[in-house]
Design a binder for this molecule. Structure first.
Ligand SMILES: NC(=O)c1ccc[n+]([C@@H]2O[C@H](COP(=O)([O-])OP(=O)(O)OC[C@H]3O[C@@H](n4cnc5c(N)ncnc54)[C@H](OP(=O)(O)O)[C@@H]3O)[C@@H](O)[C@H]2O)c1
Length: 291
């Protein structure tokens, strides 16, 4: 059993990861900024961060704190730095100077890639402030014993204030709302459920280094959205395929191909990750069961 501190525990991933790790028998302490948790404060406050860490003395920290709003990161570089980089610097600094036997699991993103996938871990292409600030966070994490997981995920959100990609498709189609889906943006996400299982494995095994963690192959977001809708038997006549050059709802540049080669993770951890095609029926079942 590990004594795990999860920072940013009440967001999209944390709300599923916390119960999963507790179910696996770990002692989990939660941190959040604005929602109920064991510790509540802005993690860019270094003094409070060190006080919390000294009090908990975690054996593992899983850092989920992030400013994930790509547009806001582009407009407010300082905020992106504070949330995505400075917070990781504090956690890593504490691990270093306290001498604690503590492993950091830093959750990063497939957004650090662009160009034609499948990308291996060394093919970095930083194209916006979100990617830049997350990558800078990785550089802080590698200074201490850590696992950096570059990932993306889909699946049902357990919190009302955060909607996942699949929530957005599901909710929009069920209420016959128009939605535009991107035919020239490619990704290779895992389900939140599989990602939570893989993070638990990382907690047990503590592999040091940077790892891609996604599904095999991947596909365009539009193909994914249509396949997901088909599995749910949802009418798709309000869903339109568009290209990124037609997207008027974004200002910041978005990478077009974030598909990852996750074979390093598979080889080191001895697991076989699912194909994205095979994840879609499982995701649809999750939505049907909780409809
Ligand atoms: N969502 C995705 O599709 C996706 C894809 C790829 C990678 N990721 C990565 O996965 C991780 C988790 O993402 P997520 O979607 O679960 O994020 P999320 O729902 O936005 O949750 C992030 C949490 O961090 C907290 N936070 C932000 N700035 C903070 C600060 N300065 N101090 C304390 N707390 C702060 C937020 O608190 P408030 O609610 O109070 O703001 C929020 O609870 C992130 O590292 C993200 O980069 C996410």
């Amino acid at each position: 059993m590990e004594r795990i501190l999860i920072t940013g525990a009440t967001g999209l991933l944390g709300s599923s990861l916390v119960p999963h790790l507790k179910k696996c028998g770990h002692k989990v302490v939660t941190h959040a900024r604005t929602t109920q948790a064991d510790f509540m404060f802005d993690l860019s406050d270094r003094v409070k961060s060190y006080e919390m860490l000294a009090q908990i003395m975690p054996s593992v920290i899983i850092n989920l704190v992030s400013l994930t709003n790509v547009e806001l990161c582009e407009e407010q570089v300082n905020l992106a730095y504070l949330a995505n980089t400075s917070t990781v610097e504090s956690l890593a600094y504490w691990i270093g100077y306290s001498g604690a036997d503590c492993h950091l699991v830093q959750i990063s993103t497939d957004h650090v890639y662009d160009g034609t996938g499948l990308h291996t871990e060394d093919s970095i292409a930083l194209t916006n402030n979100y990617a830049f600030s997350k990558y800078a966070g990785e550089l802080a994490a590698v200074r201490v014993p850590s696992t950096i997981l570059r990932t993306n995920f889909v699946g049902r959100s357990q919190v009302s204030h955060r909607e996942s990609l699949t929530d957005w498709v599901y909710n929009s189609l069920r209420s016959a709302k128009n939605l535009q889906v991107l035919s020239d943006v490619y990704f290779s996400p895992l389900s939140i459920t599989t990602l939570s299982e893989m993070i638990e494995l990382v907690v047990q095994r503590r592999p040091v280094g940077i790892y891609n963690l996604g599904s095999r192959n991947g596909m365009s977001k539009a193909d994914f959205d249509f396949a997901f809708a088909e599995c749910l038997n949802l009418e798709t006549n309000t869903m339109t395929r568009i290209k990124t050059c037609q997207a008027t709802f974004w200002k910041a540049y978005r990478p077009k191909d974030m598909r990852m080669d996750s074979s390093k993770f598979e080889n080191v951890l001895g697991v076989t990750l699912p194909y994205l095609n095979d994840l879609i029926p499982q995701l649809a079942r999750e939505y049907n069961e909780n409809a």
